[in-house]
Design a protein around this ligand. Sequence first.
Ligand code: CTP
Length: 416
Amino acid sequence: MTSATGNLENKQVLLIVGGGIAAYKALDLVRRLRERGVHVRAVLTAAGKNFVTPLSLASLTGNKVHEELFSLTDEAEMGHIELSRAADLVVVAPATADLMAKAANGLANDLASTLLLATDKKVVMAPAMNVRMWLHPATQRNLAQLVRDGVIFAGPADGAMACGEFGPGRMFEPLQIVEAIADALSSDTSIPLPAGSLAGRRVLVTSGPTHEPIDPVRYIANRSSGRQGHAIAQAAARAGAQVTLVSGPVSIADPAGVTMRKVETATEMLAAVDAALPVDIFIGAAAVADWRVDGVGSNKIKKGASGTPSLKLVENPDILAHVANHSTTRPELVVGFAAETNDLLDHARAKLLRKGCDLVVANDVGEGTGVMGGTRNTAHLVSRAGVDSWPLLDKDEVARRLIESCADLLGTEPRS
Ligand code: CTP
């Protein structure tokens, strides 16, 4: 997720407000969108009406609020099919367990669910519900289905809930939802589903940088944003895989429908990867720090009498090589990345052989390419059979192509 909210001037958003205590935040969301020049039409579900009034939504949006599926006056002015298509984006906030279940199963028994079924636009959902409801296998199943259907999830966040419990299920704050909306609107074309299926497959992805402490307040890091690795995890989930994403510290949102394992250091990343094995596919997209500082103390290093400190570095474990050479649980497919500033393909081929992986995605991260931390990537898929070079693509599209290639290479039958 980008931090900037881009230019949203004159975009049309159809906002579906579900029933939940978080519905009050939908009013602030409307205000934030209107400040940015967005035209908002609101749909209020019957349950939503218990929390916010049609009048407050109408006043804030400056538009009539739609509530009924079979309303003669509404159909005469703007039918529900048109309502779902006139917008640039459909946003559901709060997205209740019930709305998610309806959308995941294609139900259309009220205006909100009918619009979600009839729309040809991207849909952003901001879930809000009790933590037990969120974690219930039924909701998680619906979430996985909606992710496969291309729904974009903003949240939920972890935190204290109105019901007194703590955990995932809190609706994102309005500004976080605005960011997700801006992200969704920033690419005109929606990324199609990967053509292959990874249903029944387990996929493990590493992403982001690692932070290697120097002392309790300082660390060594790199410029990786985690965008490519997170996009790969998302694409794998959309292809039906059961995905675990082990991520170093990043400031982008967790992809929806994947199991997250958050770590800081390379040593922690290795432990999290080991704990997630066995899998069918391992994709090492993390920019793992090659070295860590030896003997990190518990006190902050102070300037002073001892002069400029020198750091003694020790090599980190190579997670990719460890997985690729695992004696008992080597995944069927091991994919590495090669971030290079020069002699890209030669280095990538050498890495493929040295680390023992099946594929290497080679990226030119030289000065001026903007790949590290950016949103686009020029990738070359290097295997023992040869090289497939892709043009400059959005990282989501690189992810989709990579997942398609993995599905192709594995064939359709999951290992028992
Ligand atoms: N990698 C890893 N563990 C490490 C270092 C790298 O798993 N300790 C993985 C990365 O996730 C990536 C691949 O190895 O998939 C290549 O990373 P890169 O930094 O390009 O290569 P290095 O191993 O650092 O090799 P070199 O120093 O020669 O560039």
